[in-house]
Every structure is written in C-alpha cells, then in structure tokens.
Design a protein around this ligand. Structure first.
Ligand code: AMP
Length: 608
C-alpha cells in the first residue's frame, strides 16, 4: 500500500502524521513525544544528531547546533532576513558560492536544504519505525506566506531526504483540513498561526461538499516565538550590562543558555503569573570571579516587552479580513495554531479582535501535520470529494518600462492558475527583452520582491511597440511559479521556473533594475482597451480595498453616506463598461474613479 506521511516542518518543532484506517494520527517519536525539535548538531566525533538529542547538547556544543533553519531556507546570504537571523544564532552562517546561505558545522559547510533534509529524514524514520515499512511519499507544509524560492527549497529538502514530495500545502490550510475533516460542516473560519518563526493568518470557507476554499491569506515570515524570546534575552542582557558592565552577547555559550532560559520563562508565564530566570555561573568577571544571572520576570512584564509583536499580528488580521471583504463577526470559528498561541495575551488579543473565543477542539502543535496527512491520503486514495482550493499569497507580475510593476496574477487568486498578457518592446530595434519576475503589492517595481529573471533574444529589428511578446504565468498546486515569454511573430519561447534570485537587498534590486533598463518590455500601447481596462481595474481594486475603512469612518454623516453612494455607483458603471469593452464609456468613468480613489485615500490617511 502507498503510504503518504504528512510533515509539519516547523521552525522550532516538527511533527509527522498519517491517516490510518481512515483516521488521521500523529506518530510519536522514540521518546514518546509527538513533536521533535527541528534541531541538528554535529558532535566532535563527527556524529550527526537530530531532534531532542541535538537539543539536549545544544548548550555545550552551541557552535555546531543548528536551530530555526527554516528562517534561512530559500533566502540569499545578503538578505536583511539572514543578517537578522545571524544576530541571534550561535552557529555560523556563511556565504555560499552563489550568494546563498551555508551553515558551518565543524569543517564542513551545509546548504540550508541539506540541514532541513536531516530533520525530514528523522521524521521519515519515525514514521518507518512506527509503520514497520519504508515510506517514500510525503506532503510537507509551509507557511502560506512562503515565496516561490522557499517552497522550492523545501521541496529540495524533501528530495535530499529521500522523499517524493507529492504536494506542498500551506500550514493554515492544513489546519483547516484537519479541523473540518469528517465533520460535514459549512463554515467561514480563520486560522491564526503563530509559531516559532512565522505568523500566518488565513480565512477559509469550508463547504459541506468537502471543498476547502482559501479566501485570503497573509502573514509575516519574520514574526514568531523567537522574537518573543529575543525581547526577553535583550531585557536580560541589558540588565546584566547595567549591573556588571559585561555584554553577554559576546559569549556564544552564555547566549545559548540565555536563549534557553528566555524561552523557558516565556512558556512558564503562559501558566504562571511570575517566574525567575536563574543562570548560575553565566560568565566570568575577568577577575576569576564567576557571575550569576538571577532575575524575576512577571507575566505582565513579558506582555509589556512583547506588546508590539502581538499588535503586529492583529494588524495583519485586520488587513486580511479587509482583503476577504469580511467583518470580524462573519468569522464563525477561529482556530489557533502554533506553540505561541498558548500565551494568554495572544489568546486575548485574538478573542478581542474576532469577538469570539477561539476553538478549543484542535491541538495547536499537531493540527498542521494532521492536515498534511489528510491531504496526502486524499491524493493517493483519490478522494475526489475532498478538494483544496488555495490562493496565491502575493500578487505576481513583471517589471515594465518606467519601473512599473505589471500584475498578471492578483493576490489571493485560487491556484492552480495561469494568466497571459501581451507586452511590446520598449525601444526601436530592440532585439532582446528581459523578463523580470516579481511578487508584491506595489505599483513601483523596486518595492516588490524579485523572484527571477530571464532573457528572450532573437527578436526581429522593428520600431518600438511593434514586436509583441506574450508573457504567461503558471502556478501549480504547490504554489510554484513558472513563467514563459513568447515572441508572437516567430513563436520563439523562453521560460523559467522561478527559483533564482530571491532574498536580494533593496539596493541589489535597484541596481539590477537600472542595469536592465534597455531590455524591458512595455505595456501594449496599441491596445487601448487593455490600457484603459487596466487603469480602471487598478483604481477599482484600490477603492474596494479602502471601502471598509472609509465606510466605517464616514458612514455616520449624510455627506459621508452620499459620498459612499456615489463611489458605489461609479464602480458599478465602470464594471458595466468593462464588461461591454466600451472604451469610451470607461474613459468617462476613469475620472470619477480617480477622484473617488483620491478622496478615499485622503479620508483614510487623515485618521492614521
Ligand atoms: P511551533 O513552531 O508551532 O512549534 O511553535 C513554537 C513556538 O511556540 C516557540 O517559540 C515556543 O517557545 C512557543 N511555545 C511553545 N509552548 C509555549 C507556551 N506554553 N507558551 C508560550 N509559548 C510557547
């Protein structure tokens, strides 16, 4: 029988699960724990340790123990995120041959997928021990906000671990699958996932026919439990500095002990009101005298240290609901995922925002792996009645002449999907075009994230805007993007699977954009319908995004109600004109749309 395991490859902990006799089950490891630390270490004797055993020796072997590798996966060495991670890592992060990230463990450097593969391999062995048979297929989960490179790198990790990764699914979607499995319910739910390294929020509709549709998703790949720990560490370090004039951060071993103690105190304060951080012999004073660190910490203090982190998650929830065009009271259930949701302040903030108590029936550490196993089961057992419709977490498009970002696939589009748009050359006799693939929400190209680039050469010499190039974006069920460009006259085609260049700094992106100027495509100028339609779509999108906020702000006055009525009418008229492809009528509406958009922006800006 073909078994598929579901793996939640977490920043801090990982979990593996299967569907056994129709029931999703978490598989405990040899120690009987249902989760395994995502930690890898190399001992002096060259032995590789993974999981609890790696965690146990982390303090004495801090330099050769890797934690939170997920924060580095699919990123470039020079990216701000990697620089940030380096500040809190006791192991050495070095630059690889292609500007990628390598981890130095004793004499050898490992790529991040190699390190993640060690964790995945451990999960595979846990499953094989339990089942008594080899396992080769897996569904692995990633944060919904993971970009293409991070997904691809996760898939590579699976392959290195000897697993055929039959699908990558988003963690919140997996949680929803586990929540809805076998329940035959119809419900709009939100999944609030705050783990060790990342935050995700997703809004989904579960239909009674087994369709799980994601309506909107957002998050922050650098907001999680580790940031909470870092606040406690900073607090301890500055207290110690004030008392003894010694910076504990300079000592790797002390830093690792601080990290452990900070996390422990944070977790304890989820059940206790007060705890104490106690680290005897943390460092030497330099005069042969051992110094100790001992400080009480209350839940209230912890909450104050981390208040802005919790607020950041709520702000993202707010934006996601606006994107989903839903009010908080339309969410019928809130599911909490991730270890950090055990913190009472986090639960209070979620309850405060959604106005309802979060669901208690799912286990925050296990629900994601269970969902992955359910998805794997559905794929191999051909359970057609269970359908998962996920969405793109970002808008995807290319850069066009003038440094604009031209969107091909809007944010929150259901995947798999494919979109095509036609562009033209931007210079006379331009014989090559560079397709710069980006993701993000800004109209300005340099403010978005670069995913990759390629060149289509051999175009015929012709005046600008007369050579047409058709660009196609295709996103598969793993959320991985393929882009192709075709010369419409000759049929010549170039394509890439977008993997090459993410994680660049804004400066690097700017430089790249400058050097590509002469090779860019332009929006098709000879197609007026396209142009006007595009502009109208952009304006309507912006107006609709702002609608809920504006409505809330001005609906109480007659003037406000009147303005909202007019805005609705201009959007409706524009839509009707777009449908009929009536350029003249649409052009008439553009002015009204522009005015409305400006007014909306003004109203919202005044209140910020
Ligand atoms: P996950 O990535 O879902 O395994 O979440 C791990 C994060 O949850 C880590 O930052 C843990 O410190 C944190 N965590 C685990 N248990 C608790 C707890 N009881 N209270 C607060 N945070 C916790």
């Amino acid at each position: 029988m073909d078994v598929v395991i579901g793996i939640d490859l977490g920043t801090t902990n990982s979990c593996v699960s299967i569907v056994e006799n129709g029931t999703p089950t978490v598989i405990p490891n040899r120690g009987g724990y249902k989760t395994t630390p995502s930690m890898v270490a190399l001992t002096e004797a060259g032995k590789r340790l993974v999981g609890h055993i790696a965690k146990r020796q982390a303090i004495t072997n801090a330099e050769n123990t890797v934690f939170a590798a997920k924060r580095l996966i699919g990123r470039k060495y020079n990216s701000p995120q990697v620089k940030n991670a380096m500040l809190s890592s006791s192991y050495r992060i070095v630059e690889g041959p292609h500007g990628d990230v390598r981890i130095q463990l004793r004499e050898k450097q490992y790529s991040v997928p190699e390190v993640s593969a060690m964790v995945l391999q451990e999960m595979k062995v846990i499953a094989e021990d339990y089942l008594g048979q080899p396992v080769s297929k897996a569904v692995i989960t990633v944060p919904a906000y993971f970009n293409d490179n991070q997904r691809q790198a996760t898939k590579d990790s699976g392959q290195i671990a000897g697993l055929d990764v039959i699908r990558i699914i988003n963690e919140p979607t997996a949680a929803a699958l586990a929540y809805g499995f076998g329940k035959n319910i119809e419900r709009t739910i939100a999944v609030y996932d705050l783990g060790g390294g990342t935050f995700d929020i997703s809004v989904l509709e579960i239909a009674s026919n087994g369709v799980f549709k994601v309506i909107a998703t957002a998050g922050d790949t650098f907001l999680g439990g580790e940031d909470f720990d870092a606040r406690v560490i900073d607090w301890l370090v500055s207290g110690f500095q004030a008392e003894h004039g010694i910076d504990l951060c300079q000592d790797r071993m002390a830093l690792q002990r601080l990290k452990d103690a900070a996390e422990k105190a944070k977790c304890e304060l989820s059940t206790l009101k007060e705890t104490e951080v106690n680290l005897p012999f943390i460092i030497s004073s330099g005069q042969n005298e051992a110094l100790h660190l001992q400080r009480p910490l209350s839940r209230q203090q912890l909450e104050a240290l981390c208040e802005d982190l919790v607020d950041r998650t709520v702000a993202i929830c707010k934006q996601t609901l606006a994107d989903a065009k839903l009010d908080a009271d339309e969410i019928e259930e809130v599911i909490l995922v991730g270890g950090m949701t055990r913190m009472p302040r986090v639960q209070e903030a979620v309850q405060g925002f959604f106005g309802r108590e979060p669901c208690k029936g799912v286990h925050p550490d296990e629900v994601v792996a269970l969902g992955a196993a359910i998805q794997g089961y559905a794929l191999v057992e051909d359970q057609k009645h269970m359908l998962l419709l996920d969405v793109t977490p970002h808008a995807l498009g290319i850069m066009t002449f003038g440094n604009y970002f031209e969107e091909l696939i809007p944010q929150n589009t259901t995947v798999p999907t494919s979109r095509t748009k036609t562009f033209t050359t931007s210079r006379d006799n331009q014989t090559a075009v560079k397709i710069i693939v980006m993701q993000g929400e800004s109209e300005k190209a340099e403010q978005n994230e670069l995913l990759g680039e390629f060149i289509l050469t051999g175009l015929r010499r012709a005046p600008k805007a007369t050579v047409e190039i058709e660009v196609t974006f295709e996103i598969n069920s793993d959320g991985i993007v393929a882009v192709s460009a075709k010369d419409l006259e000759t049929g010549q085609l170039q394509s890439i699977q977008v993997t090459a260049t993410s994680g660049l700094t804004q400066d690097e992106i700017k430089k790249m954009i400058d050097s590509a100027k002469d090779f860019l495509v332009d929006r098709r100028t000879n197609d007026e319908v396209d142009q006007v339609q595009h502009e109208a779509e952009r304006l309507i999108g912006e107006i609709e995004r702002l609608f809920p906020a504006v409505e809330q702000l001005v609906a109480s006055s007659d003037f406000g109600r009147d303005a909202i009525g007019k805005a609705r009418s201009v959007v409706e008229k524009s839509r009707a004109a777009m449908e009929k492809k009536d350029v003249a009528a649409l052009k008439e509406q553009i002015e009204g749309l522009t005015r409305t958009q400006r007014m909306f922006k003004g109203v919202v800006a005044k209140t910020q």
